[in-house]
Design a protein around this ligand. Sequence first.
Ligand code: IMP
Ligand code: MG
Length: 181
Amino acid sequence: MPTFIKLIDEQDIASRVQELGQEIGRHYGEEPLIAVCVLKGAFLFFSDLVRALPQNMDVRLDFVRLASYGDRTHGAEKVEFKKDMETNIEGKHVLVVEDIVDTGRSMDYFLKVLALRRPKSVKVCALIDKSERREVELQVDFRGFALDKGFVVGYGLDYAEKYRGMRSIYDLIPDGDGRSG
Ligand code: IMP
Ligand code: MG
């Protein structure tokens, strides 16, 4: 078994998500919004976040699934859609909801694709903004928590598809002699 070190307690996640919901609500006001969940990792965060938005907010939901291939360390990575959105975003405000922005490559790719569809605006909301391995300049507009390093699981986040259902967020220390990403 790997070791789990609790980093963010479920209560702290819940209260931060409430704050984010209000912040986002204040930002968009009465403007219609399309909120896009990046699957799979953001699914729990997204479901809590949309319920934390002001109840009278004009928000539609959509889902996207990205997949990345290749060897990151050699810059050969390729990002693709496994599932695209279904909503026409032309002239609309779009909020992308992601679990973690790490190197920033997947989000960078997605934002470039979205820009071609001519939305009115695009902003990024990430539960965790992990800065240590950032490779592309990318602004997280609404950020749940900042983390400089580590590999975290729980609250939707996985390691090899495991641990998504854990209620708090944990630093995962693999078996053997140390940490790995
Ligand atoms: P990026 O393209 O490097 O920013 O990749 C971000 C994606 O990698 C996230 O959406 C996660 O799905 C995954 N990821 C990055 N760091 C972690 C982590 O610490 N735990 C779980 N998944 C992670
Ligand atoms: Mg992800």
